[in-house]
Structures are given as structure tokens and as C-alpha cells.
Write a protein that binds this ligand. Sequence first.
Ligand code: NAD
Length: 264
Amino acid sequence: SNSLMAGKRGLIMGLANDKSIAWGIAKACAEQGAELAFSYQGDALKKRVSPLAEQLGSDIVLPCDVSDPASIDELFSGLQNRWDNLDFVVHAIGFSDKNELRGRYVDTSRDNFMMTMDISVYSFTAVAQRAEKMMNNGGAMLTLTYYGAEQVMPHYNVMGVAKAALEASVKYLAEDLGKDGIRVNAISAGPIKTLAASGIGDFRYILKWNELNSPLRRNVSIGDVGKSALYLLSDLGSGVTGENLHVDAGYHVVGMKAVDAPDI
Ligand code: NAD
């Protein structure tokens, strides 16, 4: 059957184009009967996001820049005009100055540190505050993170520090909201070529490295992430909260890949 998400209403934040992780998740949810609303960052993205939303049968497309608290309030009041209840929210948003996604972490500026933390970390908590009020029958919240939070990855720098804070937020939010039947989880996705990823130095090399060294010997797609998101957002994940699910072809378990024994 195709009804894992039948009767569920969800807000998707962070759709930029059809390469976005948010698109993989939105499609997976819509295929299973979810009713969706979308937020987009600025006027430039509206013309990209509206037709994608329409493809999935949604006409709820609202602006939201998460660096502006008033804009987040407007998103949720706009959503409340259309829906009296929310079942899930997907936060697929991150940002940092791309000049600091290369070179040394130690050179991170204070201004970019604070902006990166605000947009990539605090925004999830800010969204959770508003979404909680619309989740009358419990719900599920999901954010996107990366292994650079756990281990040092080339060029990830301040974004790695931000993702570590985001992953900690997931645990605190899970505890706060669990009493109301709201589950809060993260997916730690392997590298995927998206708009945001293209800002990271040597991204093509990182992709190749993951393909060669992950247990599945491949990279993941937004479809892979979408399917795992479906598990966390639907009743299949009913017992799961505070979790960070790695959808990375297994890369995170490898200390060193086996090689044909060299002569040593
Ligand atoms: P993407 O560029 O398609 O999406 C990033 C989104 O963030 C865009 O829609 C952009 O509009 C939005 N955004 C940035 N600043 C914003 C702001 N101030 N207000 C509102 N929205 C804002 O790239 P993506 O790779 O799909 O990124 C989605 C999430 O997945 C991010 O959190 C990213 O860190 C995470 N992630 C990506 C990868 C990867 O390799 N692509 C791996 C792991 C995690």
C-alpha cells in the first residue's frame, strides 16, 4: 500500500530545487499520501519552489528567512490560516559563508560563527517552538546533519561545529517534546551534490572518497534520504526519538577500509 502518511500534514523547509534533500523527503512523503506545505527562503526561490510544490499537489508555499524571527512567526501564522493541525516538520536548512568552508577552522570569524549557528542550529529550535503549538496529536520533527559533526572532515570547519550543536539540540528537544508525543530526530546524510554542498571546498573529491570507502561502495541519493525520512516521520518510527540516523552508505562505521595486503 501507499498510505504510510495518509491523513498527515507536514511542513517542508529548505527546498531550493529538485536536487535538494528536502525534495527527496517531500516526494517520499507525498507518495505515501502526506499533504504538504513548503517554505522558501527568498523571492528568487519562489519561482523554483512553487512548481515543485504543485507537482506534489500542494498550493501552500510561504516565504521564510529563518535568520529573522518575525519571518518565522509569519510562516506559522500563514500556515495556521490554512491548517489547524500539523503532524510533521522537516528542517533541511543550513548556511555558512563559503569563504570559511575551506582553509582552517581556526580562522573562523566571529560574525560568520554566529550567523552559521543562528541559521543552521538555532533555527531548528525556533521552528520547534512554533510547530509544537500546532501539533495537537503528537508529531515528528526532522533535521539534517552531517558526519563532520562527529569527526573532522576536510573544509567542513564551522559547519561541523554547528552540526554538533544541532545534534545536541535534537536530544534536548526530544526530551522536552516527548511528553506531548512529539518525536525529534536527525538524519546524518552522506555527501550529496546540492546547491549548499557546492559551497564546500573539494566537494567532488569528498564524494569520490565516500564512494570508494563506504561499505556500500556508493554515494547516497536524495531518494535514499527520503525513504529513511519516511521511516522517522511515519508511524514506522513510533518508538524512535532523539536519534541520529546515518544515511551514508555506512561510511560512519569505517575506521579503515580493507585493502589488498601491501608488502609491509
Ligand atoms: P540545498 O541548497 O538544496 O538546501 C539548503 C536550503 O537551506 C536551501 O533551500 C536554502 O534556501 C535554505 N536556507 C539557507 N539559509 C536560509 C535562511 N536564512 N532561511 C531559510 N532557508 C535558508 O542543500 P541541501 O544539501 O539539500 O541542504 C539541506 C540540509 O542538508 C542542510 O542542513 C545541509 O547541511 C544538510 N546536509 C547536506 C548534505 C549534502 O552533502 N548535501 C549532507 C548532510 C547534510
